[in-house]
Design a protein around this ligand. Structure first.
Ligand code: NAD
Ligand code: UDP
Length: 337
């Protein structure tokens, strides 16, 4: 099976390439390197000992998409390419809608022109917004609080309407919870280009001495230790969910959302303690007020993915922190950009 992976040089895409190649899928990447470096694909090639066809280009470029479709003739597309910073999305809403909504629209239109009917889409648990109940299942109301979340929900809508009009089409919508961790080799991992917004990469940079102290945002939430609870999912488990989703897309038409999480949640303090165990040193922390826009707790009901995709997360919290530390300590400055 030939799979076009947009955004394949990114954090989630690169790990997914390795899982696909291990199972002999033929892969092709389209990436504009706005948040990645070609070095990622060199590492993927050497780790897999396989071939990755790659195109440098933008998913909003129709001519480029037509060229990739004609030359690679994918049986399915995994659409990772997009922007993901919640704070930045409020400052640059038009840019976010252009890339995340316009980019998805362009990809699906190119698929339609080429007769490619299967897409796996990177959505986010942030589409749910403030929980009316937890754990979130896929029927939970979707009222995203950010431009980023709205852009993901709009893209989901486009895909859903496409499959209604095109009876042969299949769109598997994966709503990721909090992806963390790195490949077991320590050769690929998350490489934020700026100050990390997310907890795990921030802690990793403190542990390696690039930042002085982790700021814990809020200790007065209605949670057991007062800090925020999240459902962290190991990136390799998440990558494997895409393989499972491809199988599902072959067997089903229509659009279907799936939560990709573990069904377990950990607090900020749990993560700090686990990282301390992984790196063998205490992580310095300071307490600060809540971060604007944060919610107290998020947790997936991952039952649908288990039942219908036949997929389940298997990595533990220690797997997440140990692999992050292996990547960060071996690559203190990330990839050389
Ligand atoms: P990432 O930034 O590491 O990867 C995205 C990749 O897409 C990068 O390689 C970037 O260069 C590329 N890209 C961006 N805009 C492009 C464009 N217009 N044309 C072509 N390529 C483009 O991010 P990631 O963490 O790997 O996330 C992948 C997807 O998953 C994104 O759509 C993101 O919104 C979604 N997601 C991520 C998380 C997370 O916490 N990492 C959570 C939920 C959803
Ligand atoms: N967090 C924190 N300090 C940081 C980054 C995050 O205390 O420097 C907290 C944040 O308030 C939340 C949890 O860690 O409770 C996860 O945050 P992250 O940004 O990684 O994920 P998201 O909030 O998008 O789910």
């Amino acid at each position: 099976m030939r799979v076009l992976v947009t955004g394949g040089a990114g954090y989630l895409g690169s790990h997914t390439l390795l899982e696909l190649m291990a199972l002999n899928y033929e892969v092709c990447v389209l990436d504009n390197y706005s948040n990645a470096t070609p070095e990622v694909l060199s590492r993927v090639r050497s780790l897999s000992n396989g071939t990755v066809t790659d195109y440098t280009g933008d998913v909003r470029d129709d001519a480029m998409l037509d060229r990739v479709m004609a030359e690679f003739r994918p049986d399915a597309v995994i659409h990772f390419a997009g922007l993901k910073a919640v704070g930045e999305s409020a400052e640059k809403p038009l840019y976010y809608y252009d890339v995340n909504v316009g980019g998805t629209l362009a990809v699906v239109r190119a698929m339609e022109r080429a007769g490619c009917n299967r897409i796996i889409f990177s959505s986010s648990a942030t589409v749910y917004g403030e929980p009316t109940y937890l754990p979130y299942d896929e029927a939970h109301p979707t009222t995203p609080k950010s431009v980023y979340g709205q852009s993901k929900l709009m893209a989901e809508r486009i895909l859903t309407d496409w499959t209604v009009a095109n009876g042969a089409a299949s769109a598997v919508i994966l709503r990721y919870f909090n992806p963390v961790g790195a490949h077991i080799s320590g050769q690929i991992g998350e490489d934020p280009s700026d100050i990390p917004n997310n907890l795990m990469p921030y802690i990793a940079q403190v542990a390696v001495g690039k930042r002085d102290v982790l700021t814990i945002f809020g200790d007065d939430y209605d949670t057991p230790d007062g800090t925020g609870l999240r459902d962290y999912i190991h990136v390799v488990d998440l990558a494997r969910a895409h393989v499972a989703a491809l199988g599902y897309a072959v067997r089903h038409t229509g659009a279907r959302p799936f939560n990709i999480g573990t069904g377990q949640s950990y607090s900020v303090r749990d993560i700090v303690a686990a990282f301390g165990r992984a790196c063998g040193a205490e992580i310095p922390v300071r307490q600060a007020p809540r971060r604007v826009g944060d919610i107290a707790a998020m947790q997936a009901d991952a039952g649908r993915a288990m039942r219908e995709l036949n997929w389940k997360a298997t990595h533990t919290l220690d797997d997440m922190t140990v692999s992050t530390w292996k990547w960060q300590s071996g690559n203190p400055d990330g990839y050389t950009r």
